[in-house]
Design a protein around this ligand. Structure first.
Ligand code: GLN
Length: 483
């Protein structure tokens, strides 16, 4: 069952080959069997079976859509009234949200069954899922390696076949990088495509929710159900949502694919480069026109991102004061002590580092030197993309400079850790969509390619990805031992 696509699962449900309850129990059993990967913070077995029963009723009565009865996992950043929403932090270890995030609500309306909430870097800050209060997530391809982050638990849930689909969020690469490290497909939509209402905020001008699946077609179904206008998020765009799954069969003939020089420079692992060259050769064979392009401000993306993201997070995380949300220290001596100890005791090291750097960057006297400068660079990066998209349909390159690294390898060196986001971060600064697709395996670890599109061109990205997946079988590879 776990190898079936979302479409096959829906057909199986519609033809009564299995029920949603059976499907749900199957995936719950797999979650239990693979607990050592630490992909879930909360398993929601009981609620899931209840939801599956309702889905089965809907299917019987003919009131169902393509996702009715399909199980999925939510990143533990989405607020849900059922169960806890921890965001990977001790700060929210006891937090039960008073409302559901729009994404949660929409997927519930679609009839999805929620298997559980997935593990992640604390407040989505990280590239390895090692910064979780609940311990590191392990990569099913090699359990000594990280699965990427921050949505590592969601990527692992799909890669290890514990869930057919999962939600994630991407502020600087947190969907695409774990998708690449785990050998699955993950898409970061255009900023404003999916509502952020009820999604715990990290850096609000960059955060965006998106789908994980085994294939582009599976992601198309999930994206379809997640997207759309929401008046509770003022940055959510009122743009029509195409029926993504129907947009994937178009030929790629004549499409122009830009290859940025900057994404193929020294830092790139030679083996990853070989897989990229093969993918480019495939695109050419399909009738695409390949063009070399420049994205000259790429090397400024990481410094600009880490100033902006940290500035925004220092402000967003000020709400955790020991009074209104989550953790409160024991026996505070006075108000100041309450703030001080609640925050000191409940935030992890990386979160504290970022709050301090962000606060510094926003303080009088430094604001112009850092924050304003970073915003100016952000504009330049956006303009690089605008210019490129005048001539090309797609921009193609690696998702990450190298495959998954070892657990512990980069934790003590934040700058090296930050550098692993080099190819994903500019996309968030520009607010455009991008997808990561598996395109090779090197020394037993998956390699991902990233395809970047212009604003609201998710359908074009999924079209390319689907065509590639019709011709190749990288996306069907399952980590050994998880078949
Ligand atoms: N790794 C990046 C960071 O730590 C991106 C994280 C994300 O996309 N949430 O900020």
């Amino acid at each position: 069952m776990e190898e079936l696509s979302v479409r096959q699962l829906a057909q199986g449900l519609a033809h009564r080959q299995f029920s949603s309850v059976e499907l749900t129990r199957h995936f719950l059993a797999r979650m239990q069997a693979h607990r050592h990967l630490n992909a879930f913070i909360t398993e929601m077995g009981e609620q899931a079976v209840r939801q599956a029963r309702l889905a089965d009723q809907r299917i019987r009565s003919g009131d169902h859509g393509p996702l009715t009865g399909i199980p999925l996992a939510h990143k533990d950043i989405f607020c849900m009234q059922d169960g806890k929403t921890t965001c990977g932090s001790k700060m929210l270890d006891n937090f039960i949200a008073p409302y559901d995030a729009t994404v949660v609500q929409k997927l519930e309306q679609a009839g999805c069954v929620v298997l559980g909430k997935t593990n992640m870097d604390e407040f989505a800050m990280g590239s390895s899922s090692e910064n979780s209060f609940y311990g590191p997530v392990r990569n099913p391809w090699n359990s000594d390696c990280v699965p990427g982050g921050s949505s590592g638990g969601s990527a692992v849930a799909v890669a290890a076949r514990m869930a057919p689909l999962a939600t994630g969020t991407d502020t600087g690469g947190s969907i695409r990088q774990p998708a690449a490290f785990c050998g699955i497909t993950g898409l970061k939509p255009t900023y404003g495509r999916v509502s952020r209402y009820g999604m715990v905020a990290y850096a609000s001008s960059l955060d965006q929710a998106g789908p994980f699946g085994k294939s582009a077609l599976d992601c198309a179904y999930l994206l379809q159900a997640m997207s759309g206008f929401d008046d509770r998020d003022s940055t959510c765009m009122d743009e029509p949502v195409p029926v993504y799954p129907r947009k994937l069969d178009r030929s790629l003939r004549g499409k122009v694919v830009g290859i940025p020089d900057e994404y193929f420079s020294e830092g790139l692992d030679p083996e990853v480069r070989v897989f990229m060259e093969r993918a480019i050769a495939w695109a050419e064979k399909e009738g695409c026109i390949i063009e070399n392009i420049r994205l000259p401000n790429t090397d400024l993306a990481i410094p600009a991102y880490y100033v902006i993201a940290m500035a925004e997070c220092s402000s967003n995380l000020s709400r955790y004061d020991g009074v209104r949300f989550g953790y409160r220290c024991r026996e505070p001596k006075n108000l100041h002590d309450l703030y001080h100890r609640s925050r000191s005791e409940a935030f992890g090291a990386e979160v504290k580092r970022r709050i301090m750097i962000g606060t510094y960057a926003l303080s009088t006297g430094y604001y112009d030197a850092y924050y304003r400068k970073a915003q100016q660079i952000r504009r330049l990066i956006s303009e690089d993309f605008n210019k490129a998209f005048q001539d090309v349909d797609y921009i193609l390159g690696p998702t990450t400079p190298e495959p998954a690294f070892r657990i512990g390898e980069k934790v003590d060196d934040p700058v090296t850790m930050y550098l692993s986001d080099i190819y994903t971060i500019s996309v968030n600064l520009a607010g455009i969509p991008a997808v990561s697709i598996p395109c090779g395996i090197h020394k037993g670890l998956p390699v991902g390619m990233q395809l970047i599109g212009n604003h609201f061109e998710e359908d074009k990205l999924l079209n390319f990805a689907h065509q590639y997946q019709q011709a190749t079988d990288w996306h069907t590879r399952c980590p050994p031992g998880f078949e």
